[in-house]
Design a protein around this ligand. Structure first.
Ligand SMILES: Cc1cc2nc3c(=O)[nH]c(=O)nc-3n(C[C@H](O)[C@H](O)[C@H](O)COP(=O)(O)OP(=O)(O)OC[C@H]3O[C@@H](n4cnc5c(N)ncnc54)[C@H](O)[C@@H]3O)c2cc1C
Length: 325
């Protein structure tokens, strides 16, 4: 385990230059560099401006900035969340974030409001989120679809104001603008991306379709119908490992199966989920197995929602143990 950055990949010579000065050679290279942002697609906002208008879509200092701004905000302030268009990291994430901010505001700053200006016209688990918002936070969260004035044209960082395509402007006490995304920067310089900025791979073993011997998993890869989630990345890692073991051992790999569940907390004791099992076919790539998984029922009672919240916590414990221990 080397705790250092990979600076450069030479796909022809099969070498990786590290920030610590060393160069490694490889038989197989597995990359999971996560996401980067398409700053050029957002007028008025860049990585520096994100110190004032945080995205908080990568771990680390960004999430602390958002948390501090929410704590410092006066009661009665407006929180604006601007989720990007598809594809992006964690499809239900912005709406879970809105829910949990609402939970905080209801307790500490009940006169405040949350406005979600979406680039999209629909979002993951939408009926379940909206139902939860209506029952737990009536009147606090307003969601505006992309086609109905949600799409942002320009950001004025200094005044924390968002200008929409339809000519409206919204100034927030806190503005959480989540920019459109692409694969993490390392894979761009290595020429592993397509025109949209994501990595095309053979979805059976995650080997790049551009450079042989390099596998890309997680958010950076194009993984058919799988969402960009931590659970999906974990599942892809296992399939990729099995594929590499088979390739190096000269055996044929069994047909893979992949899995994902995305739990969201609408409140700490109110959980909802979407789950699916996936398989691979040559024609369709990774596809959802018909009848597998599904979303939480709409007519569930409080006890059911509380159980799902507990499953969400249990899922988090097991996925972190499975991934990192
Ligand atoms: C608010 C929010 C909530 C979420 N909730 C869930 C959830 O409930 N369930 C779920 O399954 N997923 C969730 N996700 C999504 C999940 O976090 C991502 O899908 C997952 O982290 C993707 O894993 P990854 O390995 O592709 O990228 P990352 O987790 O971002 O890992 C990439 C790593 O590579 C490192 N790296 C990048 N470039 C280099 C380089 N050149 N050299 C060395 N290291 C490098 C980065 O520092 C980083 O540590 C959530 C995301 C957000 C933002």
């Amino acid at each position: 385990m080397l705790h250092t950055k990979a600076n450069e990949i030479d796909p022809t010579g099969r070498k990786v230059k590290l920030a610590n000065g060393k160069t490694l050679t490889y038989d197989r290279l597995v990359l999971s560099p996560g996401i980067d942002f398409r700053w050029a697609a957002v007028e008025g906002l860049d990585a520096k401006g994100a110190q004032i208008v945080p995205h908080a879509w990568q771990g680390g200092p960004q999430t602390s900035i958002l948390q501090k701004q929410l704590t410092a905000m006066p009661d009665g302030g407006l929180v604006v969340i601007a989720p990007p268009g598809n594809p992006f990291r964690c499809p239900p994430g912005p709406y879970e974030r809105a829910s949990l901010i609402a939970h905080y505001l209801k307790k500490h700053k009940p006169k405040s409001k949350i406005l979600i200006l979406d680039a999209k016209d629909k979002f993951s688990k939408q009926p379940l989120f909206v139902q939860g918002w209506n029952s737990l936070y009536p009147g606090m969260i307003e969601w505006v679809a992309g086609g109905e004035g949600g799409r942002i044209e320009r950001v004025d960082v200094k005044t924390r104001t968002l200008y929409t395509e339809s000519g409206d402007k919204h100034q927030g006490a806190v503005v959480n603008f989540i920019p459109p995304q692409k694969a993490g920067s390392l894979v761009h310089s290595a020429g592993l991306t397509n025109n949209d900025g994501w990595c095309p791979v053979n979805q059976r073993d995650f080997e790049s379709t551009i450079h042989a011997g390099i596998h890309v998993i997680g958010d950076a890869s194009i993984a058919g119908k799988m969402p960009k989630s931590g659970f999906a990345a974990n599942s892809q890692g296992k399939v990729c490992a099995a594929a590499i073991v088979s390739a190096l051992g000269g055996t044929s790999m069994p047909d893979p199966s992949y899995v994902n569940t995305c739990y969201s907390l609408v409140a700490p004791n109110y959980g909802i989920s979407v789950a699916a099992v996936y398989r691979f076919s040559k024609d369709k790539g990774i596809y959802k197995v018909k009848g597998s998984g599904g979303v939480s029922p709409k007519d569930a009672n409080a006890d059911f929602r509380e159980k799902e919240a507990r499953y969400a916590v249990g899922w988090y414990d097991s996925i972190t143990a499975d991934t990192f221990s």
